[in-house]
Design a binder for this molecule. Structure first.
Ligand SMILES: Nc1nc2c(c(=O)[nH]1)N[C@H]1C(S)=C(S)[C@@H](COP(=O)(O)OP(=O)(O)OC[C@H]3O[C@@H](n4cnc5c(=O)[nH]c(N)nc54)[C@H](O)[C@@H]3O)O[C@H]1N2
Ligand SMILES: Nc1nc2c(c(=O)[nH]1)N[C@H]1C(S)=C(S)[C@@H](COP(=O)(O)OP(=O)(O)OC[C@H]3O[C@@H](n4cnc5c(=O)[nH]c(N)nc54)[C@H](O)[C@@H]3O)O[C@H]1N2
Ligand SMILES: [Mo]
Length: 722
């Protein structure tokens, strides 16, 4: 009530403070104007700096909420599976059917026959654990492992530093040089204020360099220099930079002696003692396409300009052997002593700041690493279709009979859509919790309509870096018959005779999470006041940095690795004894590289980037946003000319896995031999199965890297005018 009074405008319109919770990198403030229970417009933060200003997607949210395509009622499939023909049913019938199928599958095959796919909503309560908790209490399920975003980075962090922390983003203002490596935050949001701090860094005269196959908006806006590089070869360039630094004795010897192990073994590889191939800039030029002189200059400049922040973006790690890129990046920062100091950067790893992420306690989603116990019972997200198709006979932990999807659109977002379609036809039962008729929802047997975050309360923090909390205040009542995942799970729990799923209301859970998280309560103080104000920005006296204690006081604060030091050479990796997971970072040529015989048929390297108007597949069906940027394929004029392709021509992009059709954007902003398409466009196949929506996962290979990295940027294709 207090909230309503405070927000009252001219007696009728209220302004509700909430945020944008999707997994787009930003977590921004939304001020939602509501008149007589209807949202009339959405504004963003105009308060104290740094403002949490929403981008065009958050501001267009009204059109998403009121879209005529919202799922309105529970539905059951009536036509052939996947055809999208459904009939409205009552909530009772829907929930009874789901509960009965869960019981039947568990009784007939055991609970591991249920595969549960869930991605990342980033609020604390209505989140990833909602359905997972229910299924755990029901007797278990087969989970997935492998984070689509940054599994290669997790891997490298664990094996190099022992843990994953980073700097709050404002710390880049303490750098003297910033390398944006496969990092395009002007478009691909990487925490709400990264572009803001990069703009300030530029104003301050800090040198900024961009390494990317594309001349991105970030390169255009922020960078002093753009270095185009062939996809999947970044580890080679980094290793050659290490060669230059070590050859010319530019390394930070004192730092290495004190904090790191394994430099000698790395040198054996770098200087070719191990395999007869010195990893010189000339060697790297042949692999990466980057001139040797450019590599040399960058290496010298990076080593001589301290502190420097090498921000290794996630995309080059979403490749075959992507772990090697993240490990190589970490080693570069270590040999130059850029760890644990202001203005430095440990390389890739997300900045968690010190904000906790309270959620209902359940430990089913740890950060899996290959070889770990958890992985034994789980299926990698790139392999879910194969696991369904081949089951135990294919070496998978269980035979999958049922799929339970919440907060995810795996048909669209996981590789090899045509294989997904085959796999889903094989299952006995599919239930999907969704807001829209996505590619995945179309395959549901029972489809449950979910409300949006504007129709419920929640609490959340930043993506990774940053220091604030948002109270996601409910702005309007749930539309149509939609419910939250939590409400659905409560009702299913009763039907499944699970007594301890929840004894609290949404409000009680939120208060409980707040109370049980000491840091959150300390930072925020009074819960009701926080709810009323909607946002709390936490001020730290100075930016937070990674591994500060380990560097300042190594005796009392060893790195959490077996040696207690940063591990350039990892004995744990040596013990795994897999040449594709070497103990030191190495460049390993990927499958589907330009040297693969497959390149005769499919000569272009496809990278699949995140883009401005969407958050993955979310917002593809929001008309305002579609006007902002159409789905296109970026292709260099050199490659376009030989194929007689002009700007805006519709082109067919294909390989053995499938074909999609999108318009061409002929541009020198992408290097020759490489094409790029935004990920997330909706899969819309025609009668022949050619996707007219431009969903890149029709083309991507359903394989993961040995360290678990998602390989959405390792893919050969051919392009043809239609
Ligand atoms: N607008 C928007 N922002 C988002 C998201 C979104 O969907 N929309 N998604 C969020 C999520 S979940 C994530 S995980 C992050 C992902 O963040 P990123 O992985 O950083 O995002 P991408 O846009 O895929 O790639 C960034 C840049 O890397 C380049 N790149 C691709 N392959 C290579 C390579 O092999 N080498 C080099 N050097 N560069 C390469 C691309 O050209 C692109 O400019 O973004 C987050 N931010
Ligand atoms: N080829 C290729 N594939 C990629 C990537 C790439 O770069 N290239 N990027 C990968 C990355 S980094 C990521 S993080 C993944 C993202 O993969 P996903 O998270 O599966 O993708 P989204 O499109 O965000 O799907 C989330 C779905 O949840 C629904 N949703 C929203 N709110 C709720 C809610 O409250 N409850 C429920 N039940 N559903 C809700 C949305 O409508 C949406 O359909 O994609 C990966 N796939
Ligand atoms: Mo992601």
């Amino acid at each position: 009530m207090q909230n309503e009074k405070r927000g009252e405008l001219n007696g009728r319109e209220r302004v509700i403070i909430t945020g944008c919770p999707h997994d787009c990198g930003g977590k921004c403030l939304l001020k939602v104007h509501v008149k007589e229970g209807v949202i009339t417009r959405i504004e963003s933060d105009d308060g104290e700096e740094p403002q949490l200003r929403a981008c065009l997607r958050g501001r267009a949210y009204r059109q998403r909420v009121y879209s005529p395509h919202r799922l309105k009622f529970p539905m059951k499939r009536v036509g052939e599976r996947g055809k999208g023909e459904f009939k409205r049913i009552s909530w009772d019938e829907a929930l009874d059917t789901v509960a009965n199928e869960l019981k039947r599958i568990k009784k007939t095959y055991g609970p591991t026959a249920i595969l549960h796919i869930v991605q990342w909503p980033h609020t604390f309560f209505h989140g990833r654990n909602t359905v997972s908790r229910l299924l755990s209490k029901f007797g278990g399920f087969t989970p997935t492992w492998g984070d689509a975003s940054d599994q290669g980075s997790h891997f490298a962090a664990k094996y190099t530093y022992g843990s994953e922390v980073g700097h709050t983003r404002d710390d880049i203002l303490n750098s003297r040089m910033i390398i944006m490596w496969g990092f395009n935050p002007a478009v691909t949001i990487q925490d709400t204020n990264t572009s803001f701090y990069l703009a300030k860094a530029k104003e301050k005269g800090i040198k900024i360099i961009c390494v990317d196959p594309r001349f991105t908006d970030s390169a255009a806006i922020f960078a002093d220099q753009w270095i185009p590089i062939r996809p999947d070869t970044d580890a080679a360039m980094m290793i050659a930079m290490a060669y230059v630094i070590l050859k010319e004795n530019l390394e930070d010897r004192a730092f290495l002696n004190k904090y790191a192990v394994g430099l000698d073994q790395f040198k054996e590889y770098i200087f070719g003692t191990e395999d007869g191939v010195p990893k010189t800039p000339t060697w790297a030029e042949a692999v990466t396409g980057v001139p040797a002189i450019t590599i040399e200059n960058l290496a010298r400049e990076y080593a001589n300009t301290k502190p420097a922040a090498l921000i290794a973006g996630l995309a080059p790690g979403r490749t075959a052997y992507g772990e090697q890129y993240h490990r190589a990046a970490a080693v570069l920062t270590v040999i130059t002593g850029n760890v644990g100091i202001h203005g430095g950067h440990p390389a890739s790893f997300h900045s968690f700041g010190r904000l906790p992420r309270p959620s209902i306690d359940i430990k089913v989603w740890p950060s899996y690493l290959p070889g770990s116990k958890q992985v034994e019972g789980a299926v990698h997200i790139s392999k879910v279709w194969d696991a369904i198709l081949r089951g135990r006979a294919g070496g998978y932990p269980s035979g999958i009979k049922m799929l339970y999807v919440s907060f995810a659109n795996p048909v669209n977002q996981y590789p090899n859509v045509n294989r997904a379609v085959k796999a889903l036809m094989k299952l006995e039962f599919i239930v999907v919790h969704e807001q829209f008729m996505t590619a995945t929802a179309r395959f549901a047997d029972i489809l449950l309509p979910i409300n949006t975050h504007l129709e419920r309360n929640d609490v959340g923090g930043p993506w990774f870096s940053g220091s604030y909390y948002i109270y996601y205040n409910k702005a309007i009542d749930p539309l149509y018959e939609s419910k939250s995942d939590f409400e659905i799970c409560c009702e299913l729990a009763t039907r499944l005779d699970i007594e301890d799923y929840s004894d609290k209301t949404e409000d009680e859970w939120l208060r409980e999470m707040f109370r049980s998280s000491k840091v959150m309560a300390d930072d925020i103080g009074d819960y009701d006041r926080f709810k009323e104000e909607g946002v709390r920005k936490i001020r730290f006296p100075e930016p937070l940095i990674a591994f500060e204690k380990q560097i300042k006081d190594p005796k009392n604060h060893p790195f959490p690795t077996p040696s207690g030091k940063i591990e350039i050479y990892s004995q744990r990796l040596a013990d795994i004894n897999d040449s594709k997971l070497p103990a030191i970072p190495k460049y390993i040529e990927t499958w589907e590289s330009p040297n693969d015989p497959l390149a005769d048929k499919y000569p272009l390297q496809l990278i699949t980037v995140h883009f401005r108007s969407q958050c993955h597949s979310i917002f593809d069906n929001t008309p305002w946003l579609r006007q902002v940027e159409p789905q296109t394929i970026w292709i260099n004029p050199v490659d376009a000319r030989t194929r007689d392709i002009n700007n805006r021509d519709r082109v067919r992009i294909f390989n053995d896995r499938g074909a999609i059709v999108v318009p061409a954007k002929v541009t020198e902003r992408i290097m020759p031999g490489v094409v790029s398409i935004g990920e997330g466009a909706w899969y819309r196949p025609d009668e022949e199965g050619v996707d007219m929506g431009g969903c890149v996962n029709v083309l991507c290979r359903d394989e993961h890297s040995p360290g678990g990295a998602f390989c959405s940027n390792t893919c050969l294709v051919q392009v043809q005018k239609v």
